[in-house]
Design a binder for this molecule. Structure first.
Ligand SMILES: Nc1nc2c(c(=O)[nH]1)N[C@H]1C(S)=C(S)[C@@H](COP(=O)(O)O)O[C@H]1N2
Ligand SMILES: [Mo]
Length: 377
């Protein structure tokens, strides 16, 4: 892990609503369409160390490409001494690593911003932990032999589309130092099965600790370059307040904690009902900047906080389980919240931090609960 901290943001106040942002609380049919293609994780799935396949969130910018494992090649070229073209059989024959890794979309929390940046309207559910199987990237880059003037690697997916009127392949870059880290893998397996189409089959990049956009799916090409890559998917993932601002890049995952909503839900509102008594609240917390240091819980809407008990993560890149015993001794309507802090001192704000892309809104989750007298059977 790193001991660095994410950039700080400011909160938008009294200003004009920029293009691509909605001042209305109503979600459009276009946003609904996106949210059906790109589903979130059911929050009760926080109970599993490894998110069952199909409950892990999905984010696909364009279409799932029509890929064929038998004829797939990964090419490694650009500023390298020995360009490579690896088949899937060759990649599978290399040393394999299996590692649980928590992945989160940088846009998680976007739909809770006011005004709301128009894009995939995530609430808090764009997260999951998969057990990924693959092979480390660094030895492949070493075999290809990066030239001394190479500064970045560009990773290209097989999917293509148009975003903000710009047609492009899905492509992202990493610095040579970030790409050479031990935990960066090329993965072909998920939860003990072959990688599924929606998660990038036959091959994807996995960059543990980073927001999901870095983990390029349907990976066909790696290109070593001498210039910083400025493709669409690099330019759009930046923290900025104004469109013409340079901003700073979105990189690692900011700390967040989520709670399994307790009791039973109301169908439409997802508001919870719990009976008077003691309840063990459970959740998970994660950060891509440093290990999780603590989780605090509030059972009074954020007025007071107390420490939760932390369990052990399944890997340094997987979420940490936590529990908190709550004595709900009288009927009340309240909000349950939790807040994670990592070892670098990064924590979650109470108020949403606004930016034009709607990235990294890690303001605390709020679960509305009605505590009631136990209902007679
Ligand atoms: N080729 C390609 N890779 C991609 C994407 C994409 O649209 N195309 N989406 C990215 C984003 S924004 C996220 S959050 C993760 C989501 O990974 P998942 O769908 O396996 O959860 O994949 C990333 N890799
Ligand atoms: Mo994402």
């Amino acid at each position: 892990m790193t001991d660095a901290s994410p950039p700080k943001h400011v909160t938008i106040a009294n200003r004009d609503v920029p293009e691509g942002v909605s001042a209305s609380a109503e979600i459009s049919l276009e946003e609904l369409q996106l949210s059906q293609r790109n589903h979130g994780m059911h929050l009760e799935a926080l109970r599993y160390d490894v998110t069952p396949l199909g409950m892990h969130y999905v984010l696909i910018h364009f279409d799932v490409p029509d890929t064929d494992e038998a004829n797939w090649t990964l090419s490694v070229g650009g500023r390298v001494r020995n360009p490579l073209a690896l088949t899937m059989a060759e990649i599978r024959a290399r040393p394999s690593v299996t590692m649980p890794v928590t992945m989160e979309c940088a846009g998680n929390g976007r739909a809770r911003l006011t005004p709301r940046p128009i894009s995939q309207p995530w609430l808090t559910e764009a997260v999951g932990t998969a057990e990924w199987t693959g092979t480390p990237l660094r030895p492949i880059l070493e075999e290809a032999g990066l030239q001394d003037d190479a500064i970045e690697l560009v990773f290209t997916g097989a999917d293509r589309g148009v975003q903000k009127e710009i047609e492009h392949d899905y492509e992202r870059s990493l610095s040579v130092a970030d790409a050479m880290r031990d935990e960066v893998l090329l993965v072909y397996g998920i939860n003990g099965q072959p990688l599924t189409p929606q998660h990038g089959s036959p091959l994807r990049l996995l960059v543990p600790g980073w927001y999901g956009m870095a983990s390029v799916k349907w990976l066909t090409r790696i290109t070593a370059t001498t210039e910083p890559f400025e493709g669409f998917q690099m330019e759009s993932y930046r923290f900025r307040q104004e469109a013409d601002e340079e901003g700073t890049p979105v990189t690692r995952i900011h700390p967040r904690s989520l709670m399994i909503p307790p009791g039973i839900p109301d169908f439409l509102t997802r508001r919870r009902f719990v009976d008077v008594g003691r309840h063990r609240l459970r959740g998970r917390a994660w950060s891509g900047w440093a290990a999780i240091h603590g989780v605090e819980v509030s059972t009074d809407g954020g007025a007071s906080w107390a420490d939760a008990d932390l369990g052990d993560p399944r890997s340094p890149y997987a979420w940490v389980p936590w529990t908190f015993d709550w004595d709900a001794d009288a009927p009340v309507e309240t909000e349950l919240c939790s807040r994670a802090t990592d070892a670098a001192g990064n924590t979650q704000p109470l108020d949403p931090p606004w930016n034009l892309g709607g990235f990294a809104n890690t303001s605390v989750q709020r679960i509305s609960v009605e505590v009631r007298r136990a209902t007679a059977e």
